[in-house]
Every structure is written in C-alpha cells, then in structure tokens.
Design a protein. Structure first.
Length: 367
C-alpha cells in the first residue's frame, strides 16, 4: 500500500492527536488531488466498506465500527478535506459536495478499489450520495446515517426544497456561532461553557446522558478541523433578508447551503444500488425541527425579528430526505428506513450493537 505513516509526519503535534485504536492502521495516501489521511483494517478482503464522517468529526468516529466488520470486509475511513489530518486545501463551496466526492474517487483510484459498500454519516451522508450520483457503477450499497438533507442545510421551506429567499439567507458560513468557532481554533477541551465543542457534541450528537467511551479521542479529532473564512465555517454575504446572512463561496458550511447543494439527480442514476437510511429518533441536528436551523430557532423566539412560518418555516429535513428516497424507489431503486430509538445524531456510536446488526443484515440480505 502506498502511503506515509503518521509517525513520520514531523509537523503533527502528537499531544493534540487522538489515539488510533489497536488493530487500525493510519496512513497518508497521496492521490491525484490531495493527500488523504486514511484508516484501514489490516486484512485486505474481497469486499470493502468505506466510512465517510460528518461535520466537526473525522474518521476516528468510525474506528470501533471498522473493527466490528474487519473479519468480512476491508474497512477504510478517510478524513475529508478540511477535517482531521488530511492535507489542508480550500473547499470550493460553489460546487456543493463535489470537492469531497472527487477526493473520494481519487482515493479509491489510488487504492485500486473498484466497487465499494459506502457508509456516510451526516455531512458524509450527503457526500456519499453525491459520490453515488457521480460514480453509480462503483457503489454496491449505500448506507446513510442521519444524513444532511438532499436540499442542503438551512434556507428551504418545503419537501421539494424551495428556498425561503432568492439569496438563500439563513444558510452558509454566517450561520455558525463565532464563539464556537473560536473555541475550536483554541482547541478547547473543557466543559466550561455551552459553546464548548465538547458540550455541543454531547448535547447535540448524542442523547443525554450518553457519553462516549472515547470522548477525548473524538474531541481531539474534531478540533483538528481547519478554521478560517475560506475554511470552517466559511465566508458569508450580508443579506437584506432575515436572518441577514447569505452564503459565501468557500468552506464546508457554504458547501452545505442549498444555493450549491441539490442531490435530486440521485433519483435518475443507473445502476441503482440499495440504500439503507438509519436515523436516531431524537436527532436535534438533522430533523424537521432542528435546533441548528434558523427557521426553527426563529419560531422558538431564540433569534429576533422572525418573519413568521409562512415566510421562513423550519426546514423539513427528514421529510425532504424521505421525498427523495421515495422518488428513488419509484424509479426502480430500493431503500429501507430504520429508526433507532433513544439515539440522536450518532446512532452508530450511541447504539453500537443495534446499528452494526442493521448494517450487517442489510449488506447480507439486500445487496
């Protein structure tokens, strides 16, 4: 395998890094586009699963799952551009999720992997759907875990993804709390404030009182996110429309804006691999009433000058995903929805055994 081991990278401060679980190997893989830090299980198998993480996370969050599947699959979990230890390169938000999709294709090409089972979580669910649109012949199955809506995050008002405003105000880089961004940049490991990354992860990614066993490793991996106006969260444009910020052109949060992100093309791809959609019943991040959506926060009175539900309702994120997947089914594809009780935005961590059972059964019986 081509690559450069983690220990040889001199610019990395080892104290700030999450530990890699025993049985997982981490390497930098040089591709035609970017140097990708990637985790592997050691035994190369005939079938492969590639795990794609979400926003404010990294491949670290999938290491336990990789070990659970290593007897039957070669498991791979890269850090996306902008996250973890992968080479720091700008994300062109105007292409939606395609920087990440193209990076994934380049990684698979470098590893000589032809066809994979693909698992994507949150933002990674959207990236995986974009990869499927761009490369349908390379995906045996797709599993999406609490995925971002196919119509992006923020700024739309119905199941078809109709924008609330022409400039997509209420989505993009300007919607992220600056104090939260500052704490990521400062590598805040504390629980001293509601905006500390650890508190945000524990209160939004998981259903309290759940705490992850590898909490510190997960947190350290999250704090490796690249920060800046052209990194996370990205730039923004002042808007005359409530809530007065519109998306810019760079960074991951702008790439998630419906101004640039629309995955409707998935309904027409050929071939159509089976899709498993897994979500937590208590998700506060991707929800029809998301506590990170300006429409819902405005409705609750948390953000002032709310123009009302007729103008800017909460984004029906889950309803939008179901609409797209039903269209996928109508056009000849298969999808299966599984809701995991008492879990939030990370059911593969909160309900580890239940999620793994679902994924194993799906691949064995439906693919």
């Amino acid at each position: 395998m081509i690559g450069e081991s983690l220990i040889k990278i001199k610019e990395v401060d080892m104290d700030d890094l999450p530990k890699i679980l025993e049985g997982i190997e981490g390497k930098f893989i040089e591709t035609s586009r970017i140097k990708v830090f990637t985790r592997f299980t050691p035994k190369i198998q005939e079938n492969q699963i590639v795990f794609i993480h979400g926003n404010l996370t990294s491949g670290t969050y999938f290491e336990e799952t990789m070990l659970e599947f290593e007897n039957d699959f070669y498991c791979i979990a890269p850090d996306l551009r902008g996250y973890g230890l992968t080479e720091d390169k700008i994300i062109d938000a105007t292409s939606g999720l395609r920087d990440w999709s193209d990076d994934l294709k380049a990684l698979l090409d470098a590893l000589n992997l032809k066809k994979i089972h693909l698992v994507g979580w949150s933002l990674g669910g959207g990236v995986s759907m974009q990869f499927l649109i761009d490369n349908p012949q390379r995906v045996q199955s797709l599993t999406i875990i609490d995925p971002i809506s196919p119509f992006g995050f923020g700024g739309t008002k119905d199941y078809k993804g109709t924008p609330c405003w022409d400039d997509y105000a209420g989505s993009g880089g300007g919607t992220v709390n600056p104090d939260f961004v500052k704490r990521i940049k400062e590598h805040d490991l504390t629980e001293s404030d509601s905006n500390s990354p650890l508190n945000v992860i524990n209160n939004f990614y998981y259903k309290p009182p759940f705490r992850a066993k590898r909490e510190l490793d997960y947190l350290k991996s999250s704090l490796l996110e690249k920060i800046g106006d052209d990194r996370y969260p990205g730039d923004f444009i002042p808007s005359k429309n409530w809530p007065y910020v519109a998306p810019g052109k760079y960074g991951p949060v702008n790439a998630m804006s419906p101004k640039y992100l629309n995955l409707i093309e998935i309904v027409d791809i050929n071939p159509k691999p089976p899709i498993l959609w897994v979500r937590g019943d208590s998700d506060l991040v991707v929800s029809d009433n998301s506590l990170m959506d300006f429409g819902y926060l405005g409705k609750l009175g948390i953000i002032p000058n709310y123009p009302g539900e007729n103008v800017y309702p909460p984004q029906p994120m889950v309803t939008q995903t179901r609409f797209i997947l039903n269209k996928y089914r109508e056009n000849g594809g298969q999808f299966y929805e599984e809701v995991i009780k008492d879990s939030a935005h990370a059911p593969h961590i909160e309900k580890f055994d239940e999620f793994n059972t679902l994924l194993k059964k799906f691949i064995k019986e439906k693919v």
